[in-house]
Design a protein around this ligand. Structure first.
Ligand code: PMP
Length: 401
């Protein structure tokens, strides 16, 4: 069943996955950094694919959603709605000045697909550039751009997608000079590909080549954006993309909410025709209220300070605690986007189990299963963070024996 396929897909033994799900039993309640399982056991949550920067049921998010529910829920689809307008404005205000329009969607992958359609229509070109180890989601368009999921080969758009290394501008320059590339899709730190940062200098060079060849640059900050890396955006302010993709944190850990924020100078009106972009759920009032609330929360300098501060504490504590362990290759990351690279995926599987024994939930990167991600929420108590990190260090050391 599911476990067999999951285990096969991630190179895990089914027995190991079964043990983990046996430990967990399923979640029934959650608040802040904690979740409660069916047996009433409390777990510290460092996992969750990067959805819970604000923790579970953040009071401001819950309050805004509840207030909106008193007025309407999934509504305002025909006349439009005030909440969707405010959410779009909040996103435009929070992004570089060249980004002057925003459209809302539901999942991250859906935002990626919207961007695919927009750049195809805007440029009239039909090939794409994405990067080795990239991950953009699992709809057909997003999967086609995801080297990390092996998607381009197995499924895929009919449009050719080129995958190049995100550290060598020469081949990128050559490819874009052909004038055939409709859009370049890049994550500033590859998340599912193993918490691998792209150098700021490469992003600057990429911006330049995109400008000189008239190629739209699409920056996927679905995982890195909205405070996760200790800044509003990991790279949007520096490399000024033509389209910026936002998701995950935007839903406040409550709902799927995503967006494409873009430059109307690059993406003209015909490329944003609702006939091509609109869908049943996107831009509903409840989701938009949550999105607007999240943008306000994560633009707060105190919150961003806290992400940087807790992130530094965490990386230092992990690096110190794991320094003597020869099976740990590296502790890296920015803000509260932290990766611990081990020398072997099987060890990472055992670390997840050992951590679970210590009431700590962690996960590994989708396509680099030897990299464990540590994604604590910013709302966590410092003492609880330290306890969780120490539990993790204990888990790694126990599993390495
Ligand atoms: N882009 C990036 C960089 C992601 O990390 C993810 C999710 N891991 C996605 C896109 C897809 O988002 P979703 O799962 O909401 O479709």
């Amino acid at each position: 069943g599911f476990l067999t396929r999951y285990a096969a897909a991630f190179g895990r033994s089914e027995a190991l996955m079964r043990r983990l799900s046996g430990l967990l039993g399923g979640e029934v309640a959650a608040e802040g950094a904690w979740i409660v399982d069916t047996a009433g056991r409390r777990w510290l949550d460092f996992g969750s694919f990067g959805l819970h920067l604000l923790g579970h049921r953040h009071p401001a998010v819950t309050a805004a959603a509840t207030k909106q529910l008193d007025l309407m829920g999934l509504s305002g689809k025909v006349l439009g709605n005030d909440a969707a307008t405010r959410c779009a404005e909040a996103l435009i205000d929070a992004t570089p000045a060249n980004l002057d329009r925003a459209v809302l969607a539901n999942t991250g992958a859906e935002a990626v697909d919207m961007a695919v359609k927009m750049v195809l229509l805007a440029t009239g070109r039909d090939e794409f550039l994405a990067f080795r180890r990239s991950y953009h989601g699992k709809t057909m368009g997003a999967l086609s751009l995801s080297d990390a999921a092996g998607g381009g080969d197995r499924f895929g758009l009919r449009n050719p997608v080129h995958f190049l290394e995100p550290d060598d501008i020469g081949p990128v320059r050559e490819l874009l000079a052909t004038g055939r590339i409709a859009g370049v899709f890049i994550e500033p730190i590859q998340g599912e590909g193993g918490i691998r940062p792209v150098a700021r200098e490469f992003l600057e060079q990429l911006r330049q080549v995109c400008t000189t060849t008239g190629t739209p640059l699409v920056l996927d900050e679905i995982q890195t954006g909205l405070g996760r890396c200790g800044r509003r955006w990991r790279s949007a302010d520096d490399c000024r993309p033509d389209l910026l993709l936002v998701g995950k944190t935007l839903g406040g850990g409550l709902l799927p909410v995503s967006a494409v924020v873009f430059s109307s100078a690059t993406i003209g009106a015909t490329a944003t025709d609702p006939v091509v972009l609109a869908s049943s759920f996107a831009g509903g009032a409840l989701a938009a209220t949550v999105g607007e609330t999240v943008v306000d929360l994560v633009c707060d300098e105190h919150l961003l300070d806290r992400v940087r501060d807790l992130g530094l504490t965490a990386r230092t504590r992990l690096a110190d605690g794991l320094a003597a362990n020869p099976r740990v290759r590296e502790v890296r990351g920015e803000g509260l986007m932290i990766g611990v690279e081990l020398d072997d995926p099987a060890l990472a599987g055992n670390v997840v189990i050992e951590a679970a024994r210590r009431d700590l939930l962690i996960s590994f990167c989708l396509s680099r299963p030897n990299v464990i991600r540590i994604y604590p929420p910013v709302v966590i108590d410092r003492a609880e963070l330290i306890d969780g990190l120490d539990a993790f260090v204990g888990a790694v050391n126990a599993a390495s024996l």
